[in-house]
Ligand binder design. Structure first.
Ligand SMILES: Nc1ncnc2c1ncn2[C@@H]1O[C@H](COP(=O)(O)OP(=O)(O)OP(=O)(O)O)[C@@H](O)[C@H]1O
Length: 447
C-alpha cells in the first residue's frame, strides 16, 4: 500500500504541513543512519543551525515502527500544464513523498505511525526552524530563505521607545488568551513612518527575528483585484508578519490603474461586454480595510500587519486610525542616542572624545542612520575609529553650513517678499488716495 504526501495542498499554493514535517523527520533518521551506502544530500545554513541531511530523489529510506516496516521515497512529477503558474521550489516539478507498507499494517500506520512522524517532524522543525520571506507574484506566494541578523539590540533609536515596541510585540506573541478573552482577532497593526533610510525595513526584519515569524511582503501593484487579495490572504499561515511597504504609493498605483481601466472600458464598445476583467474591481481602500479589520481579518490568526510610508500625511486617515494600526512608530533622523548604538555596532566603542562634537552636530542637522553608517562602515580595526568619526564630523559640518546658508537665503527671500508686499500696499494706498482726491474735485466741479 502507498500513501502519497504532496509538497503543496491539492489545488492550493499552500505548503502542506505534513510534507514539511515528514521532510524534517526523515532528515533526522537519515542523519542517524550509519554504514549506509546510499547518496545523501546535505544543507547547511550556518553555524547556528544543525546540518540537514536529505536522501536524493528516489532513494529509499527504510523505517520501522512497532515492528512495522515501511519505506519512504521522495519523488517528483511534472506540474500539469494548466497549473504551471504554481511553481514550487523545484521549478516546474512538484515534489511528493510516498510511504509504502504492507496493507495488513494499515491501522497502525494510519492511527499511530503517521501521527508519530508528524509530531517528531514538528518538534525537529521547532529546533531547526528556518524562516522565510514570501513575495506575491501572479497571485501566488514565492518564498526565499530569510537569514538576516537585524535585531532590536543593534537598532538605533530612542531606548525607551525601543523598549516600548519590544514589550508590545512580546505581549502580542504571548497574548493568545487575552485576545480570545476580549473576543478580538489575534492580530496587531504597526504603522512605520519616516524618511527613507531611517530603518523601516530593518525594523520589520528585527520584528521577524524577535517574534520568529515569517514575512509576507505584499506588493499591491501586482494584485489585480480584491478577490486576488483575498486568495493571497487565505494562503498566509499563522505566525506571519504581513507587510505592505510604501502604502501611500501602493494605493496610488491601484487608484491610477483603476482610472486607466475605467478609461479603457469607456473606449470599448458594447460588443465587448464579456471581455476578461470586466466587472472586476481593483484593490480598493475598502478591500484593504477589510483585510485589516473587516470580515477577512477572520482568516487565520496570530498575524502582525505592518504598513510603511515615507509620507504619513498622505494616507487616508481611515486606513491608519488607532484600532486598525494599533501602534504608530515614527522612525526619524539619527539622534545622539541612536548614534551611540551605531558606534557600538560598527566601531565597538561606547564613548570617544569626538562624541560631544557629533552630538552637537546631530542636534542641528537632519541625518538619517544610513547616512551615519556610510562613515562607520569603513571600520576594520581600532586605528580606523578616529578617521571614521572625523569623516562623519566633516559631512555633518558641511551639512550644517549648507543648512545655515539655506536659512540665510530663505530669510533674505522672505525679507524681499515682505518688502515687495509693503511697497505694493503703499502704492495701492496712494492710488486710493489719488482716486479719492480726483473724485472729490469732480464732485465739487459738478456741483
Ligand atoms: N535605525 C537604524 N538602526 C540601525 N540601522 C539602520 C537604521 N536605519 C537604517 N539603518 C541601516 O540603513 C540601511 C537602510 O535602512 P532601511 O532600508 O531599513 O531604511 P528604510 O527606512 O526602510 O528606507 P526606505 O524608506 O528607503 O525603504 C539598512 O541597511 C540598515 O542597516
Amino acid at each position: 500500500m502507498y500513501i502519497e504526501i504532496d509538497e503543496f495542498c491539492s489545488g492550493l499554493q499552500t505548503r502542506n504541513k505534513a510534507y514539511s514535517a515528514i521532510e524534517s523527520y526523515l532528515s533526522s533518521i537519515t542523519a542517524a543512519r550509519k554504514n549506509v551506502s546510499s547518496t545523501l544530500k546535505v544543507d547547511w545554513f550556518g553555524k547556528r543551525r544543525p546540518m540537514v541531511f536529505k536522501s536524493a530523489t528516489s532513494e529509499i529510506i527504510p523505517d520501522e515502527f512497532e515492528g512495522v516496516k515501511v519505506e519512504w521515497r521522495l519523488r517528483t512529477r511534472p506540474v500539469e500544464k494548466k497549473m504551471i503558474f504554481l511553481k514550487s521550489a523545484t521549478g516546474e516539478e512538484r515534489r511528493y513523498y510516498t510511504v509504502a507498507f504492507h496493507p495488513k499494517h494499515w491501522d497502525v500506520v494510519k492511527d499511530n505511525y503517521l501521527t508519530y512522524v508528524f509530531q517528531q517532524g514538528k518538534a525537529i522543525q521547532k529546533k531547526t526552524r528556518q524562516r522565510y520571506i514570501n513575495m506575491n507574484k501572479s497571485g501566488t506566494w514565492e518564498f526565499a530563505r530569510l537569514d538576516h541578523p537585524a535585531s532590536f539590540d543593534s537598532f538605533a533609536m530612542d531606548p525607551n521607545r525601543k523598549l516600548e515596541i519590544i514589550k508590545d510585540l512580546i505581549a502580542f506573541k504571548e497574548g493568545k488568551e487575552h485576545y480570545s478573552k476580549i473576543g478580538k482577532a489575534w492580530k496587531r497593526g504597526y504603522l512605520l513612518y519616516g524618511p527613507p533610510g531611517t530603518g523601516k525595513s530593518t525594523m520589520i526584519l528585527a520584528m521577524s527575528n524577535l517574534l520568529d515569524y515569517d514575512i509576507y511582503d505584499l506588493e499591491l501593484a501586482t494584485v489585480v483585484d480584491n478577490s486576488m487579495l483575498k486568495s493571497l490572504l487565505i494562503d498566509i499561515p499563522r505566525k506571519a508578519i504581513v507587510v505592505i511597504e510604501d502604502i501611500d504609493c501602493s494605493l496610488d498605483i491601484t487608484e491610477k490603474r483603476k482610472t486607466q481601466r475605467e478609461e479603457d472600458e469607456d473606449e470599448t464598445d458594447s460588443d465587448h461586454d464579456d471581455d476578461e476583467g470586466r466587472g472586476k474591481s481593483m484593490v480598493t481602500l475598502s478591500g484593504l480595510l477589510n483585510f485589516v479589520d473587516g470580515i477577512w481579518s477572520a482568516i487565520g490568526s496570530e498575524k502582525v500587519i505592518v504598513f510603511t510610508t515615507n509620507h504619513v500625511d498622505k494616507l487616508d486617515p481611515a486606513l491608519i486610525r488607532r484600532g486598525r494600526m494599533d501602534m504608530h512608530i515614527e522612525l526619524s533622523y539619527c539622534t545622539f542616542q541612536g548614534f551611540k548604538v551605531l558606534a557600538k555596532n560598527y566601531l565597538d566603542i561606547d564613548s570617544h572624545p569626538l562624541f560631544e562634537t557629533i552630538g552637537g552636530l546631530l542636534d542641528k542637522v537632519d541625518t538619517t542612520p544610513v547616512d551615519v553608517i556610510e562613515h562607520l562602515i569603513h571600520y576594520r580595526d581600532v586605528e580606523d575609529v578616529k578617521p571614521c568619526l572625523e569623516s562623519l564630523i566633516r559631512t555633518l559640518e558641511t551639512a550644517k553650513e549648507a543648512k545655515e546658508e539655506e536659512a540665510i537665503t530663505k530669510a533674505k527671500e522672505e525679507e524681499a517678499v515682505t518688502k515687495a508686499k509693503e511697497e505694493e500696499a503703499m502704492t495701492k494706498a496712494q492710488g486710493k488716495k489719488y482716486n479719492r482726491s480726483v473724485l472729490k474735485r469732480f464732485l465739487t466741479a459738478k456741483k
